[in-house]
Ligand binder design. Sequence first.
Ligand SMILES: C[S@@+](CC[C@H](N)C(=O)[O-])C[C@H]1O[C@@H](n2cnc3c(N)ncnc32)[C@H](O)[C@@H]1O
Length: 269
Amino acid sequence: MLETDKIFAGSIPENYDRYMVPLIFAPYAADLAERAASLSPDTVLEIAAGTGAVTRVLAPKLSAGARYTVTDLNQPMLDYAASRQAPDSRIEWRQADALALPFEDAAFDLVFCQFGAMFFPDRISAYRETIRVLKPGGHFLFNVWDRIEENVFANDVTNALAEMFPDDPPRFLARTPHGYHDTALIRSDLQEAGFSSITIETRAEQSRAPSPRLPAAAYCQGTLLRTEIEARGGKLDAATDHAASAIAARHGSGEVAAKLQAHIIMAAA
Ligand SMILES: C[S@@+](CC[C@H](N)C(=O)[O-])C[C@H]1O[C@@H](n2cnc3c(N)ncnc32)[C@H](O)[C@@H]1O
């Protein structure tokens, strides 16, 4: 992962929430919120909450007396999440790095994280921080994307941009969001941090959009691919057009749908 891969700021929060969340994050947010709520936790910490895709689904499912601490490394993402959330005195918004959580030991029944672990520069350190803030017997629930070939629009866009920039293809999607999918490694990282009772489930979903341009714009403009395209002197509109043509050639020019796949991991402290 490059240092710049974790900077979600500028126009990214708005574009991310408008395009990326409905396209790929919403189905997994519903799944993770269901799993989190089924544990009936009183004290919940969300790490890497982004623009609040899970927060908005989970908050109504938590008990009236629950305390829900919602965090992210990048304050602009958290600000966007807070702006979309109905007033809720159970929620505390707080900027926090997963590698240095600003919380006491044994403070939470549940820590969860949707599609954040791939961005942590040292995952074992992040998992050690997580187990530190969990109560004994508490749960850590998170998900990560499977390999890019199983996530079809991401792969299509990456291949299309490689045609545009053959000497230095923008590899952000393959390198970081889809760069931590080895379930044996995930399991051993968790064990090294002290977790036990680890279960990993692989779940396929469908990514749907009204036209090929939407996934093209979502990936080229709502993720850090945007920065990579601009850094190569590329025009965002031209890159988006090229990616849209590639998606249309493969999936048709009307409504499009393609496979998503992720791993959902649960571990006990
Ligand atoms: C792909 S987004 C996922 C956001 C959200 N959970 C969702 O499902 O839409 C990854 C998030 O990880 C955050 N992030 C990156 N590095 C982090 C770190 N070290 N600690 C906490 N959050 C981090 C980013 O700011 C970004 O909001």
